[in-house]
Ligand binder design. Sequence first.
Ligand code: BTN
Length: 324
Amino acid sequence: MGDRRSQIIKALIDAQNTPVSGEELGLKLGISRTMVWKYIKSLKADGYDIESAPKRGYVLKSLPQLLYPEEIQLGLKTTLLGKKIHYFEEVISTNSVAKEIAASEKEGTLVISEVQKGGRGRMGREWVSPHGGIWMSVILKPRIPFRHASRLTLVAGLAVANVIREMGLDARIKWPNDVRINGKKVCGILTEAKAEVDRVDYVVLGIGINVNMDLKEIPESFRTGSTTLKVELGKHIRRASFLQDFLFELEQQYINFTTQPFSNILDEWLTLSDTIGRDVKVTTPSRIIEGRAVGVTPDGGLIIRKTDGTKEEVIAGRCIYARP
Ligand code: BTN
């Protein structure tokens, strides 16, 4: 089904507003005109605005604004990420779905949902996920020890920041994984992994990006400190194109991750992070560390110099800047 729908969409896009007859489409796909009509009907139901010009054929007027796999995959430049996409209109959490299917799925498989009803943030927090955002999980199967899985959070943060910067916005990374614009959070990343002994079975990279929401669509208790790409750019963004660009960027960064020393990625990450040099307060499940962020460890942990001059390293935690 998916494949034929994609072929029809592609044929209509290629025709550039000139009608394509049911007969022509049928011949191209090796199916009857009635079947073509059935596919057209299902595409229309999914929000594709297709006009039927009597006796002349079908014209594609506009694409839907949803993240249908066919639309993401059409023109997707990746070779690994997003080749298979599980799409949902609504789900509890894409990370939970991804973890359930990860063992039997190939590396690069994506789980994406228009809405999450129980989106999860780091450290047990809720992640608000209404219509208009990009809520997705990427299944990866790198040959790395478990202790290096958190490095992928930095890889993903770097990819998000880079793709937002390409839009002309000054995206920065707040350790370990918040992507912010003008000091406000636009993206969060939740990395979950399963490992045997010391080898990772899979890593699920859960990425949430506030794209087309207005601030009033974010509940008040979460609004302070948050922003969306639409708010920052002052215009609506075509999410499918943004996602294609992001997946391509993430794939490039992932290739670097698997082929180059991690220090190369860390160096790039450091140029985009606004955490180093700041006074921070980092909360972990067992302690609170305050001081100046002075660097990152080879695994991406934060190095904090406390007021007594001693240094501490934190692998994960919630970081707050003393001054915004
Ligand atoms: C954070 O900053 O606390 C991390 C937020 C991660 C949110 C994403 S949205 C897609 C994926 N599914 C989830 O339930 N969470 C992640």
